[in-house]
Design a protein. Structure first.
Length: 109
């Protein structure tokens, strides 16, 4: 049992490294976008949108790396694993933007 769990952990490690590296970048982009919406300054919103688009494009390009690092043998399971990781990253972005937006409204009244 311990050997099987250790093997699974070893196979998951590369995918975790990719996911959590991009998770921090997605959090930063979400914070920038949420903060830019607070100020309603068009140049800030444009800059935040450019950064968000860049991060989104880079995250999508990680699909192949995530599929290759998936701990499964079959190709369909690898693709499902990678697509699920991308969905989680996208939802994380939305959560951070929503959190910053709600914090702003609760602070400003």
């Amino acid at each position: 049992m311990q050997q099987a769990l250790g093997s699974l952990h070893d196979r998951l490690a590369p995918a975790e490294e990719i996911f959590f590296t991009w998770l921090m970048r997605v959090f930063a982009a979400g914070t920038l976008v949420g903060s830019a919406w607070i100020d309603d300054a068009p140049p800030l919103e444009l800059a935040a949108a450019i950064i968000a688009i860049y991060v989104a494009a880079r995250v999508v390009t990680q699909l192949g790396r995530l599929a290759a690092a998936a701990p499964f043998e079959s190709r369909p399971l690898r693709v499902i694993f990678a697509a699920g990781a991308l969905v989680l990253l996208g939802l994380s972005f939305l959560v951070v933007v929503t959190l910053v937006d709600h914090l702003t409204f609760s602070i400003s009244g």
